[in-house]
Write a protein that binds this ligand. Sequence first.
Ligand SMILES: [Zn+2]
Length: 312
Amino acid sequence: MNTQPQAQLKVQLKACYPWFDTFLGQMLSRMDAQKCHHGMLLLGPEGLGKADLAVQLAQALLCKTPGQRGCGQCQACLLFAAGSHPDFHQVQSEKQIGVDDIRQAIEKLQGTAQLSGAKALIIHQADSMTESAANALLKTLEEPTRQTYLILTSAKPHRLLPTILSRCEKLLLPQPDKADCGRWLASEQIVAEPALLEMYYASPLILRQMANAEAGLGYQDFITALDGLRQGSTSAVQVAGHWQEQAARFVHWLQHWLLSQSKPPGPQFNQWWPLYQASLVASKQLTHPGINKALLLSGLLSQLAGISSRSV
Ligand SMILES: [Zn+2]
């Protein structure tokens, strides 16, 4: 039975990001009412803060102070903060999560909890599990041991096996709107280009990352590169060589820039449209490992230079 007023619970654990405030409050209430699903799938775009939220949910589940969730004071919370809670595990990988990663993680969940409370496993970017890794996880999702919680995160749920999807509670996380995101950036003392805020307001952590972009690879550098190309002071090959490591970002910005150039639809729109289509194809091609990014970018940029020289 839920005997703790929600307002008090919220004081115990403040959401990692303001757009999760209400959601976290609701989840804490559900935990108190013992109404949390053992398999939770947190869904939202990349850069929303899913990983940090998953960690907060795990802390709340493991906290051992009666009636509180993530008190920060109990033995479980202290061990959690120190990164050494014996019943808390995480799996993540830069590329793919393999079957061995999942087997090892599941093994750690076997047996009784060392702190005799709950056990929690987070699988970050669960869509990066191989098929055999996902299959290895199924049994645990189907027959969880008591007080064992699996928290999965994903920005690409279409890549998850249907069997995984059907065994999890799918939680579509709230996203900030442009104003929310702007306020948060200001509170973090981050200055973002208006064009970037327009593109990424639902992915504030990406904006934060971009604010610290490597010198020469920021949004203003992108605009300068386009100007140089259109005026003929730089070549497509030069720009492509400079940006090849950030090719996906470059193409995304280019798409946005093309749309902003061609509003409202008119002669301009027709002029840019073939390049916009080519940029969509390029985005897809860039997801293939081994693609020659410099060559791909330089193809797009030559097309851009061609249009510009015709229209100057
Ligand atoms: Zn605690």
